[in-house]
Design a protein around this ligand. Structure first.
Ligand code: NAP
Length: 303
């Protein structure tokens, strides 16, 4: 193997330590800790694990967690009402609706419902629009986490060819916007892209967010490229070769032979998502307490 392994756990630990310090300052100044509410609808075991992890991580940095749950058959209105209550609650600085929601609910509509200043997932129309405009706002955690990992690895984005495979609202689209903001030349690929391998092989920085185990192989990667694997696919622990049974969208063993740097799964992008969620919660709390008006009312469309 020739590639450097990008240690997401270590970078995330540094972000969390920094957030913990700033949360302590915020709490001392305002007399109230930032609050993070998670709303989980249904019984998906993976979602339960993710929510428990986020609650624990919040507590560890001094953010007060609020754990809200609704049954799998909860109606759209019931979920919307709970989001409304959290939106009104002054103890709650950030609201996270755990995705995916059960099939009968419209997750996109629900994620767009809360107040933008509590939208720690950065998925409301206001925050999505602010990102597209290159203005302030709360940004989606996973793509911001990728930018921080690239910065920590000292990857030069200015002028670089960056290819993102995947165009979801959750990841692919905001990732492309952030890369553009960092002056990379950005190509976004998806299931209708012709000759995916040839397009990917142009990349100095290749980012895969597809949801297909080990789909990106050596033929997709230019020698010396930096490869970021966002995929989290659950297969059997035997097939995955690890206890968690998690593998990414990149064939790690093959690609690590030719890339200059690569993120592992688990232990790459995943820990960054939680760290950025904590950072967003603090930012949201600062905004609401007006301690640090990082986002003006005008930017939230409230003029
Ligand atoms: P998604 O909404 O299902 O989007 C997948 C994207 O991949 C779509 O744009 C799709 O194209 C594209 N795609 C599917 N098959 C393809 C193919 N054969 N060739 C090229 N493109 C193809 O998924 P997502 O929410 O973005 O998540 C993607 C992966 O990242 C999942 O494994 C997810 O678990 C993981 N993820 C991890 C984190 C984390 O914290 N580490 C956070 C978010 C997501 P079309 O648009 O044409 O259908």
């Amino acid at each position: 193997m020739s590639a450097t392994i990008i240690d997401g756990k270590a970078v995330a630990a540094r972000v969390r330590a920094e957030v913990a310090e700033q949360v302590a300052e915020f709490t001392a100044q305002t007399g109230r800790a930032p609050g993070l509410a998670t709303l989980l609808v249904g019984d998906d075991p993976a979602s339960h694990t993710y929510v428990a992890g986020k609650q624990r991580a919040a507590r560890e940095v001094g953010i007060e967690p609020f754990d809200r749950r609704l049954p799998a058959d909860a109606s759209f209105d019931a979920v919307a009402e709970e989001l409304g209550r959290l939106g009104e609650d002054p103890a709650v600085s950030g609201i996270l609706l755990q995705l995916p929601v059960p099939d009968h609910l419209d997750g996109t509509a629900l994620t767009g419902m809360g107040p933008p200043e509590k939208d720690v997932d950065g998925l409301t129309a206001v925050n999505t629009g602010l990102l597209a405009l290159g203005r302030g706002g709360l940004r989606p955690c996973t793509p911001v986490g990728v930018i921080d990992l690239l910065a920590d690895t000292r990857v030069q984005l200015e002028g670089a060819e960056a290819v993102v495979v995947g165009r979801s609202n959750l990841f692919g689209k905001p990732m492309a916007q952030l890369l553009l903001g960092a002056n990379a030349t950005v190509t976004t690929c998806h299931s209708r892209t012709r000759d995916l391998a040839a397009v990917c092989a142009r990349a100095d920085v290749l980012i895969a967010a597809i949801g297909r185990p080990r789909m990106i192989g050596a033929e997709h990667v230019k020698p010396g490229a930096v490869v970021i694997d966002v995929g989290m696919n659950r297969i059997s622990p035997e097939e995955a070769g690890n206890k968690s049974g998690l593998v990414g969208d990149v064939d790690f063993a093959a690609v690590a032979e030719i890339a200059s740097a690569i993120t592992p799964v688990p232990g790459g992008v995943g820990p960054m998502t939680v760290a950025e969620l904590l950072r967003n919660t603090l930012q949201a709390a600062r905004y609401q307490a007006n301690v640090n008006a990082w986002l003006s009312a005008a930017e939230l469309g409230r003029t």
